[in-house]
Write a protein that binds this ligand. Sequence first.
Ligand SMILES: C[S@@+](CC[C@H](N)C(=O)[O-])C[C@H]1O[C@@H](n2cnc3c(N)ncnc32)[C@H](O)[C@@H]1O
Length: 450
Amino acid sequence: MELFYRVTLHEIVADALMLVEEKELSSKHALERIFRKVEGKDKEKARGIAHAYVFEIEKWRAKIDFIINSVLKGSRIEDLDLYLANLLRIGVFEMKFKGVNPAIATDSVVRVVKEKFDLTRAKFANAILREAEKFNVERALKKLKEKDRLEWLSVRFSHPRWYVEYIVNLLGYDEAVRLLLSNLRPQRYYVRVNTLKADIEKVKKYLEENGVRVSYTPVDDVLKVLKYEIPITRLEWYKKGYFVIQDLASAYVAHVLSPEPGERVLDLAAAPGSKTFHAAALMENKGMIVAVDYSYDRLMKMRERMKRLGVKNVKLVHADGQSFIDKERFDKVILDAPCSSSGTYRQFPEVKWRFDEGKIERVISVQRNMLLNAYRNLRNGGEMTYSTCSVRVDENEENVIFALDRGFELVEYEYSWGDRGFLEIGDKVFRAWTHRHDCNSFFIAKLAKS
Ligand SMILES: C[S@@+](CC[C@H](N)C(=O)[O-])C[C@H]1O[C@@H](n2cnc3c(N)ncnc32)[C@H](O)[C@@H]1O
């Protein structure tokens, strides 16, 4: 007997939005998980369409919620059942952002609400979506701009209010707007050549022969992807591990650390391994890297990638980077700390909605504990990089000043690109910005234990 279970695009997207919110998965991973159970010749196409929905809904969530909250009477979207709220978001997204006929968008959502909930809530969804259809968002935004300009920025460019306030204070209004706009642009891809298996000229030639237009970057082993015909991850050399997709600023960290073949290196927050594997390549697979991460699932992903890339000098350790101590000290440490991820909004729009001030305070405390633990694990004279993909000064420069007060020294590294940072150490640290450097907003400092 052959059984078919029919689900609509709306159910898949609503399920994925739930996973993104409740399990904190990226939109890509949420859909990978859902589509593991799906077979059929159109599987890849369906996943692509669903991914575009989830990604765009996460990107525009503040504006979508603004519309829904404007038509909800006496409650807010946050008070609704999360699944129902996500279905309403899909409906509003389709009619206001995607140009789907509002009657069709409403009907598709109401059907799912009727099946998953009951008639009362189906009527409720129908009423809300009919009101949303009539709602003049541009007029409402104009009024909002006159009343509260920061709230307007937050809704118009769909970013959390705390982030808008933060970057307006840090960069000034005009530049903050440029950053907000750049976070909404399509993702820029970079390719890091795996020098254990190939060199940059060969990879460049191979990519060009396969319809990928690339250019050189300020980072020696990284190419910028300008145009491509099919997704780069489908190419044979990607599958063989000749290159990886890695953000430009992220691929600068290992160069700043500059580990030598034969050294002992510790990575205290290693998974999924981009910087560990880059360090392994610079070390020509000689010496040893101990790669620690708190997430078992992410370490398992790292193990798979390690095989593909031909990395042989990495030992994976499932442990807490705040307290892990090895028997022997290390020559170098990579601390690419867990952070608010506020520099990665272009790549992962869903992280915009994950952090509030309380959560950021907790992550800063973990970052500081990890810095102290990096110190314990380093030999005297050993060096480390501290990096984050956060735009915030408290996760970056302030943490470096905290480290300097506890025995570290700041290494005067000659950064070959990017910007310098803030506060009294500003001229000795590295910053990249999405709007200025076309990569994730990023921070790097190089420290030494004297
Ligand atoms: C920014 S990501 C690291 C990315 C990685 N360095 C790379 O380049 O691919 C931060 C990592 O820290 C891990 N993490 C969070 N808290 C941790 C802890 N207390 N100890 C060790 N790892 C932790 C997360 O699981 C996550 O993999």
